[in-house]
Design a binder for this molecule. Structure first.
Ligand code: NDP
Length: 300
């Protein structure tokens, strides 16, 4: 391996420390404790793990955590009513409704019911519009984490060629907007892109957000490029024993690390940054709500 390994786990720990320091200051100087409400509908096992981790890390940062677990058959109207209650609760500065939601609930309607000022996931249509027009917004956590790692590694990104693989509303599109905001030249690739390999070979920065295990091989990577692997894919790992699995990204780590200048591992790259950025967004939302100067280094 020749590439620098970008340690998202360690960087996320420094972000969480910064968050905790700001929380202490908010408590001591203003008598305010930032609060994050997380709503989980149903029993999806992966979502349960995420929600548990979010609650634990929220507490560890000194913030209040409010968890609302609703049954799978919760009527949409009940969920909307809960969101409205949280919108009006002054102890709640951030609201996150864990996705995916059960099929009978209109996720867009729920997201757009969240007070945009408390929308710490940055998925509300108003925040999407603000980000798209280069205005101050709540920034989706995963792309925010990717950008923080890129800034930390590169300093300025101005003029660099960036290729984002994937055009989802939660990763690919906001990532592209953020990179445009950094004055990168941005290409967004997707399943209809004609020559993905050639497109990726142009990139100084590759963001892979596809959901296909180890799809990007090393020979697609321009020598010295920075590779940010967002993908989280569980694959069989017979070498660990029968029925065992392991996590891999969307990039083939071994071959990409031979060519890239820097690369994030999976696990231990983008994943830990996502929750750290959720905490950061909650502090940012709290400061904005109170008219207090925003902490530096926690948003863009
Ligand atoms: P989506 O399924 O919503 O989007 C996947 C995107 O990849 C789509 O735009 C799709 O194109 C594109 N795509 C699919 N196949 C190909 C292909 N063969 N070539 C090029 N593009 C392709 O996924 P998400 O954006 O939600 O997530 C992507 C990955 O990131 C997943 O592995 C997910 O688990 C992970 N993730 C990780 C997070 C973290 O915290 N680390 C947070 C969020 C997601 P098209 O639009 O044309 O269908």
């Amino acid at each position: 391996m020749t590439a620098t390994r970008i340690d998202g786990k360690a960087f996320a720990a420094t972000i969480r420390d910064r968050v905790a320091q700001h929380v202490t200051r908010l408590k001591e100087d203003h008598g305010i404790t930032p609060g994050l409400a997380v709503v989980l509908v149903g029993e999806d096992p992966a979502s349960q793990v995420y929600v548990r981790n979010k609650g634990k890390q929220t507490h560890e940062a000194g913030m209040q955590s409010f968890e609302h677990r609703l049954p799978d058959d919760t009527p949409e109207a009940d969920l909307l009513a809960l969101v409205e209650t949280l919108n009006g609760d002054p102890a709640v500065h951030g609201i996150l409704v864990q996705l995916p939601l059960p099929g009978h609930i209109d996720a867009e309607k729920v997201i757009n019911t969240i007070d945009p000022a408390k929308d710490v996931d940055g998925f509300h249509i108003l925040n999407v519009g603000l980000l798209g027009t280069g205005q101050k917004s709540m920034v989706p956590c995963t792309p925010l984490g990717c950008l923080m790692m890129l800034r930390e590694h590169h300093g300025t990104l101005s003029g660099l060629e960036a290729v984002v693989i994937g055009r989802s509303n939660i990763v690919g599109k906001p990532m592209a907007q953020l990179l445009l905001g950094e004055s990168c030249t941005v290409t967004v690739a997707h399943s209809r892109t004609r020559d993905l390999a050639e497109t990726v070979r142009r990139a100084d920065i590759v963001i892979a957000a596809v959901g296909r295990p180890e799809m990007v091989p090393g020979d697609w990577i321009k020598p010295g490029a920075t590779v940010i692997d967002v993908g989280i894919n569980r694959v069989p790992a017979p070498e660990k024993g029968e029925g065992k699995t392991r996590l891999v990204g969307d990039c083939d780590f071994e071959s990409c690390a031979e060519v890239a200048g820097a690369i994030t591992p999976v696990p231990g790259g983008v994943g830990p940054m996502t929750i750290a950025c959720l905490l950061a967004n909650t502090v940012t939302a709290c400061c904005r709500a109170q008219g207090i100067a925003e902490p530096e280094g926690l948003t863009v």
